[in-house]
Design a protein. Structure first.
Length: 737
């Protein structure tokens, strides 16, 4: 743009004109730079004339003949007026020039911004600027005005004069001006954290201002511009970056000012530029870390792999009570493995769950000593609600099974359904008050929950130290809204909604977690930092505790009770006479193959619990079985006290209990092929009876008889006879000597 952009060029005339006035009314698109208005008179050779003849014929200074002034017309528009003395007659061969320096107004810039150029200059409205300029050779047709787009510099330019006492008016051609549309450039540079991730991407130039007619526009809430707002912005500001252009591009000729109207007039402000990555399926997994150069002319985008938001999930747990890990492994490895089927009643979607036999050691939690094992399934993208539940192939030989689902005992799997359990938080301790986010370090201590409110009501970022299921998420949302009875929660506003809470977990936050267009880092012990991203608003951090350590939405518990058997002992003679008073010891083979003495608990007369090592056989009618609830295993009985007048049983009685059944065996545990002579086993309606025979040493006396006295007398007589014979023999030996 030239400051001296317009010269009103007057054609030389041979007419003896008087009362000459030249009026140039400026448009709203131009204004005077200053009041320095210059009048120049040249002859036909181009020589500058400094003296003119007045009405008396005397030579006087040009300024005494011609005056130039400015005024406002009835519409308030600026006018430049050149007046000649009334008696002065235009001199033949002279050309009269008035020169004013003008410049575009802010309205011109606003109009150019909103509409571009609207006018076209008349022919021969450019000033001839070469050294041989002279009247008749003082215009040209190849400059910035003639037939060029721009804004008219004047509403009208007219000369009025008298000739032969008659007034005439003649218009001048209308020139145009162009605004000084200063421009800028902006460069984008794409970088990748890992070269292996490189993929061609689209980027888009973003123009924005932090001031505008709308008072809500500010640095935190900028106004983004398009070619609809600023005509000379590119209509498309997207480009592709790849190896072909070395991952960089520069936009040229970008407008650097934005104009807007206010009640105080037209204002201007700087246009800022940045670059954003166009999100596609290929780039969704990446976060573009944007860095602006100090001069604002270069945007560098460093692509990093995004941390993935935790997927929503429900948990299903299966607890085995009463089985060893080996037995559970057998269920998992079976040709028809243990299976759970879940059907969500609202969506009719089903899930079939089986145990991963190869990872059973890693997944099962507990130990064989307690015989309580829990297997957990994590089902992603599953809803909470009501599920039909069934399981199959869960039986185990030798065991009775009781099944409960979420505390309900199952007696029939047909159409059995259950609602998912809801987790509850029993305690929450906040490390400090809710705090405004800023790019600095915060000390929050060791916590398991960080909640950051996002700007523009975009929801909440939630970090937990371990993944949380849907039911646990719902409880945390209630905590954010301070709606858990008896617990002081966070109380953010607006209220959090589950679908607008973005959950992350684990140790990734220690290595800087990338969320959307920002970063957050927590060292797991105390220090929390946010980057300068404007997406962060406020945050709260603390520690919560769930009422139950395991909050699975569906909890299935199978209690396996080993099938046992009772064994009644009966002692008889070989002829079938029953005896009381026999005592036995019971031994059971352990896992190492050795037999261990079994002890029996009882309550003595004082009510104290005692143990004993022997079993007393009582044959009273209606008496209980001596051995109750025998668990599976290999056993033997050893008689340690025989009934009175009976010979002690010399052999051990081997037997085994398996799946609730008792079988007589040999020492190696093999079933006997024939029944032993001295003991027999019978089973009547599931009641096992072991009858053990004893040989009688002598007959016991009948009540009221002579008893053993006859035998005693006979014995004494025999003894006396023996002594008498011995005495006689001794006497005979003495006499012979």
């Amino acid at each position: 743009m030239k400051n001296a952009f317009d010269t009103i060029i007057r054609d030389a005339t041979e007419l003896l004109c008087t009362d000459v006035t030249v009026t140039d009314t400026l448009t709203d698109e131009v204004e005077l730079v200053n009041q320095d208005l210059q009048v120049v008179v040249k002859d036909e050779t181009g020589k500058v004339i400094t003296k003119l003849k007045d009405a008396s014929g005397d030579e006087v200074a040009v300024s005494e003949i011609i005056t130039v002034s400015t005024a406002k017309d009835s519409n308030g528009k600026t006018q430049i007026i050149m007046r000649f003395e009334p008696g002065y007659k235009l001199e033949s061969g002279y050309t009269y020039y008035v020169t004013a320096k003008i410049q575009p107004t802010t309205k011109a810039y606003l109009k150019y911004q909103n509409e571009s150029y609207t006018d076209t200059g008349d022919e021969n409205t450019d000033e001839y600027l070469e050294t041989d300029k002279k009247p008749g050779k003082d215009t040209r047709n190849d400059g910035t005005s003639s037939k060029q787009k721009g804004f008219y510099s004047n509403e009208s330019a007219n000369v009025t004069y008298k000739y032969n006492n008659k007034t005439y008016e003649k218009p001048y051609a209308k020139p145009v001006i162009q605004v000084n549309a200063s421009t800028d450039s902006h460069t984008v540079v794409k970088q990748w954290e890992n070269d292996s991730d490189k993929v061609a991407v689209g980027v888009e130039l973003k123009a924005y201002v932090t001031e505008a007619a709308d008072s809500q526009i500010n640095a935190d809430n900028p106004k983004y511009l398009t070619s609809a707002d600023v005509k000379n912005l590119p209509t498309s500001m997207q480009v592709n970056l790849s190896e072909a252009n070395k991952w960089t591009y520069t936009w040229e000729n970008l407008p650097d000012k934005y104009f807007y109207e206010t009640t105080d007039g037209i204002k201007e402000t700087a246009i800022h530029y940045t670059v954003e990555e166009v999100q596609t399926e290929a780039t969704n997994a990446f976060y573009g870390q944007v860095t602006e150069s100090d001069d604002g002319k270069t945007t560098t985008i460093l692509n990093k792999k995004k941390d993935q938001e935790d997927k929503p999930f429900i948990e299903v747990t299966k607890t085995f009570e009463g089985l060893t890990k080996t037995q559970i492994q057998e269920l998992a490895n079976s040709e028809n493995p243990y299976t759970i089927t879940l059907i969500h009643t609202d969506t009719n979607t089903s899930k079939t769950l089986i145990m991963n036999a190869g990872k059973l050691n890693d997944i099962l939690q507990s130990n064989d000593n307690k015989k309580v094992w829990t297997y957990t399934w994590k089902l992603e993208d599953c809803l909470d609600g009501t599920y039909k539940v069934s399981e199959s192939n869960y039986g185990k030989d030798g065991y009775d099974v009781t099944v409960t689902v979420n505390g309900q005992q199952v007696t029939n799997w047909n159409d059995f359904s259950v609602s998912t359990k809801q987790a509850t938080i029993e305690e929450y301790k906040q490390s400090e008050n809710t705090t405004t986010c800023s790019p600095k370090t915060f000390s929050i201590g060791k916590v398991n929950l960080i909640v950051a409110k996002l700007t523009a009501n975009e929801g909440y970022f939630v970090w937990t130290n371990t993944p949380v299921s849907i039911s646990e998420r719902k409880e945390i949302v209630k905590l954010i809204n301070d709606k858990i009875d008896g617990i002081k929660g966070i109380g953010f506003s607006p209220e959090a909604e589950l679908q607008k809470c973005y959950f992350y977990s684990g140790n990734g936050i220690k290595d800087t977690l990338v969320f959307r267009n920002g970063e957050i880092k927590y060292d797991g012990q105390d220090v929390l930092t946010f980057d300068a991203s404007k997406q962060w608003s406020m945050f709260a951090a603390g520690t919560y505790t769930f009422t139950e350590p395991q909050n699975a939405e569906i909890q299935i518990t199978n209690t396996y009770s080993e099938q046992t058997a009772d064994l009644d002992l009966i002692k008889t003679s070989v002829t079938g006479t029953k005896f009381d008073g026999a005592e036995f010891k019971l031994y059971k083979k352990n896992d190492e193959g050795a037999y261990e003495l079994q002890k029996f608990e009882y309550t003595d007369e004082s009510g104290k619990n005692q143990t004993r090592e022997t079993i007393q056989v009582i044959n009273t009618e209606g008496s209980k079985a001596e051995l109750k609830n025998l668990q599976s295993g290999q056993y033997y009985l050893e008689e340690v006290k025989a009934p009175e007048a009976c010979m002690l049983l010399a052999d051990k009685i081997y037997f085994k209990q398996e799946k609730g059944k008792i079988t007589l065996t040999d020492k190696e545990g093999k079933a006997l092929s024939s029944e032993p002579t001295m003991w027999t086993l019978s089973n009547t309606a599931g009641k096992y009876t072991l009858t053990v025979k004893n040989e009688i040493l002598y007959s016991l006396p009948s009540a009221g008889g002579t008893g053993i006295y006859l035998y005693m007398i006979g014995g004494i007589l025999l003894m006396f006879a023996a002594v008498w014979i011995l005495y006689k023999n001794k006497c005979k030996e003495v006499l012979e000597k």
